[in-house]
Write a protein that binds this ligand. Structure first.
Ligand SMILES: Nc1ncnc2c1ncn2[C@@H]1O[C@H](COP(=O)(O)OP(=O)(O)OP(=O)(O)O)[C@@H](O)[C@H]1O
Ligand SMILES: [Mg+2]
Ligand SMILES: [Zn+2]
Length: 237
């Protein structure tokens, strides 16, 4: 390859669409069909993360920044890293999800975001759902049917859903109904979830068995339960 050609090739961020955002699909006896390139779709998803308060390019919640400082953090990091490596293989299986639960301040959000970022790098569209903010907003707009359907659909249908801090705060029947609608849809359609929650597995199951048992079954191969012990709280380290 001539050096000029090499330079040209290297200057595109996306080789698929040459940074136009569009890919042409040849059609028989017709004009080619222009479809939105996956790089554009990923950019859209990253922008949504920004709106939810996480700047994908700047966040400190990465694997590189996660320190192994005790046995619990070692296990949590290893399981999270294994999930990222295995994802392609397991994504369509029953156990295609990961649950990080237990002790407050133990790095569950940090690691779930690190997993999300890793999958985004693999061009997988991960949608970030900060549980409390999202549920509060849905409930504030509960009479607006269009808003409800649009919002819930985003979380039901996305490629991978990251639910951060599930069941944080006061929870009532309508919170559980909203979560069930999302989780059940994803369960039935084998769509992966990444969940962080301060609940223990036992509490998750006792609290709402329908939601808890589905999350547990989907995450069975990648469950990290961090023991409730003040020594596992990184904030107090
Ligand atoms: N092993 C670690 N290495 C580096 N930073 C860490 C580690 N564990 C936690 N932190 C940092 O400590 C803070 C608390 O972690 P994080 O919010 O992820 O905890 P959490 O388990 O989600 O807590 P909560 O139950 O309150 O939601 C964050 O700033 C996070 O980056
Ligand atoms: Mg958290
Ligand atoms: Zn592209």
């Amino acid at each position: 390859m001539s050096s000029e050609k090499k330079l040209k090739k290297a200057s595109y961020k996306c080789d698929k669409c040459c940074d136009t955002g569009w890919v042409l699909i040849p059609q028989e006896n017709r004009q080619p069909l222009a479809v939105s390139c996956e790089c554009r779709e990923i950019e859209k998803v990253k922008n949504e993360w920004k709106h939810s308060g996480i700047n994908v390019e700047m966040t400190k919640h990465t694997f590189a920044n996660f320190k192994v400082w005790n046995r619990a953090s070692q296990r949590a990091k290893d399981t999270s890293a294994a999930y990222c490596t295995d994802f392609d293989e397991i994504r369509n299986s029953r156990r295609n999800s990961i649950l990080l639960c237990g002790q407050v301040g133990s790095g569950k959000t940090h690691l779930s975001v690190a997993i999300g970022l890793n999958l985004l790098k693999q061009k997988i569209k991960v949608v970030y759902m900060p549980y409390r903010d999202v549920i509060t907003k849905i409930k504030q707009n509960i009479l607006d049917q269009e808003y409800y359907v649009k919002t819930i659909s985003k979380y039901k249908l996305c490629e991978v859903l990251l639910i951060d801090d599930l069941f944080k705060g006061k929870i009532n029947e309508s919170d559980i109904n909203i979560v069930f609608e999302i989780i059940n849809y994803r369960y039935l359609n084998f769509l992966p979830i990444i969940v962080s929650s301060e609940f223990s597995i036992e509490r998750l199951l006792n609290f709402d068995e329908a939601v808890g048992s589905r999350i547990y079954e989907m995450s069975k191969d990648y469950v990290v339960e961090i023991e409730k012990d003040i020594h596992n709280n990184y904030r107090l380290k």
